[in-house]
Each structure stands twice: as structure tokens, then as C-alpha cells.
Design a protein around this ligand. Structure first.
Ligand SMILES: [Fe+2]
Length: 289
């Protein structure tokens, strides 16, 4: 985007607070922050500028895999990323699922309040503690987080009480609604929506750009290079961090894998993705176990 000189002068004046600039330009403080970031990126030599990030999908708390969470936590502490993305289905919310209605055994001891409090304590607080102060934290909604909305459609008397934002401390997180895209340079993130056999092919054909997603809990990638762009584009599904055999699967075999993504994005928008696979609670990254 083109930023006019008069705007640029105001945005680059570090003596002016973000609030003051927002007031003078008639835009939000969030927009000021984003524009200041664009200017900062423009000034860096393209080849040298690099930001790092971590993205993890499908934790399904309280059905999370504790060993996987510990590995991700250790790696996060080590990398000190610029971006930390929870890609959706962080919460399982089985206790309010329509699929579990009337199934008293499945609902035994499951409480929405405990699920929220536990996720805050065991996941959000622990990651916030190790993430650098300037890290941009994204909380993407998945189809499981949508269960709250589905319940409120039927039981509107609970509006204002049971929403995720009312029960988790997400003040420092940017919330991305389900099915919306979050982009950094040429890399795009979604929760994921297709579960067909060749979901990566389908996702790439619909989104038409590099996209990483979860939702299916398994790994699949599809790449294509168009004659005009002459650059490969890929859609890649990254595995999950939940237990691979929750009660509702009733022991059925599945192709779920334990994985997370970390990446670098360079000043020209190009990126370098790395998917780490965890098998039986063990994972080697850069020669370290
Ligand atoms: Fe999921």
C-alpha cells in the first residue's frame, strides 16, 4: 500500500504517542501500529529482514497431549518467536457439543467453567510466560470454538456469560474468527474446513495461495506452480496436539499425527516453513531432542 508523505511524517514521529497519531489521522491505534510496522519493514534491506513464528493447531483442551504441549513450550522458550499462532480447536468444548447431548457418561465430570479455567491456567498462561513481550499472539477460532455460538443460537439467555472472550483473558491476543485468513507476507493461515481425501488439493484450489491449516489432524501437502506466477504455491495440513484416541473415536483407527509448524518470513514476503513431528513424546529440532 502507498502511504502519503504527510501520513508518513506523522507516523515516523516517535515523539507522538500512538493515540495522538490515531487522533490526528482519524484512524484506530491498531491501524497506527500496523502502518508503523509497514514503514519499519520498508526500511529494512529485504534480504536481511526476518521474522519467526510458531503455529499450532487442534490442541482440543482438555483432550490435549501433555507431552506435545511440553515440547512446544520448550521450543517456544528457545525460539522467542515474533508470532505465536493458535490455529483453532484450542478448546474441545465437548461438554456443550450437540453430539454429546443426552450422553450422560460422556458428559460425566465435564464442566464448561473448568474447561475455560484449565485452558487459561495450563495453556495460555504458560505460553504467555515464555513468549517475548513484543510477540504478536493470534487466537484463531476453529469449528470447536464455534460450539459456543451454536449453543447461544439455541439458548440466547446465556449471551454475555459463556462466550470465549468472557471467560479467557485474551486482551493481548488478536482473535481471528473461524474461516477467516490471517496472513504474514506470502504465508496464510486458516483453521481449515475440508476433510475430503485430498483436502490439501481442494484447499489450494479454493484459497489459491500458500496456506497452512489444521482441522484434519493429519499431514498432507499439495503444491502447484502456475505458468504465469512461475512460483510454487502450496497448501499444507499440519497435524494436531491432542490425544489421538479421544473417547468419542471409540478406538477407531485414524491417521492423526502430532505436529506443529515454525517458520521464518523474510522482508520480500517469502517464507521458510518447518513442520516438526512428535512421535511418542519425542522430537528432534536442529539436532536437539
Ligand atoms: Fe480439530
Amino acid at each position: 500500500m502507498k502511504i502519503s508523505n504527510s501520513w508518513r511524517n506523522l507516523l515516523e514521529n516517535r515523539n507522538l504517542s500512538r493515540e495522538k497519531v490515531a487522533e490526528q489521522l482519524g484512524i484506530s491505534t491498531e491501524d497506527v501500529r500496523a502502518l508503523r510496522r509497514i514503514i519499519k519493514i520498508e526500511k529494512k534491506p529485504l534480504g536481511n529482514f526476518r521474522e519467526t513464528g510458531i503455529a499450532a493447531w487442534d490442541i482440543h483442551y482438555p483432550e490435549h497431549n501433555k507431552e506435545c504441549i511440553e515440547i512446544l513450550l520448550d521450543f517456544t522458550k528457545d525460539l522467542q518467536p515474533d508470532y505465536f499462532i493458535l490455529g483453532g480447536d484450542q478448546l474441545d468444548l465437548g461438554c456443550i457439543s450437540v453430539f454429546n447431548q443426552g450422553k450422560l457418561k460422556l458428559l460425566e465430570n465435564k464442566r464448561l467453567k473448568e474447561e475455560y479455567d484449565g485452558f487459561q491456567r495450563d495453556i495460555l498462561d504458560r505460553f504467555e510466560k515464555v513468549l517475548p513481550r513484543k510477540c504478536r499472539k493470534l487466537f484463531m477460532m476453529g469449528n470447536h470454538e464455534d460450539r459456543v455460538e451454536r449453543l447461544l443460537e439455541c439458548e440466547p439467555q446465556y449471551i454475555g456469560l459463556i462466550e470465549i472472550e468472557k471467560n479467557l483473558n485474551l486482551k493481548k491476543w488478536k482473535i481471528i474468527p473461524n474461516n477467516e485468513v490471517f496472513s504474514i507476507g506470502n504465508i496464510n493461515f486458516i483453521h481449515g474446513c475440508y476433510t475430503c481425501k485430498y483436502h490439501a488439493n481442494k484447499t489450494l484450489s479454493v484459497y489459491g495461495d500458500n496456506v497452512f491449516y489444521g482441522h484434519v489432524h493429519n499431514n498432507q501437502s499439495f503444491t502447484q506452480t502456475t505458468k504465469i506466477e512461475n512460483q510454487p504455491q502450496r497448501a499444507t495440513a499440519v497435524g494436531c496436539l491432542c490425544n489421538k484416541n479421544p473417547e468419542w473415536m471409540r478406538g477407531r483407527p485414524n491417521s492423526w499425527t502430532h505436529e506443529f509448524l515454525h517458520f521464518s518470513v523474510f522482508g520480500d514476503g517469502n517464507f521458510s516453513p518447518h513442520i516438526e513431528t512428535i512421535i511418542n513424546g519425542r522430537c528432534e529440532i536442529n539436532g536437539k531432542i
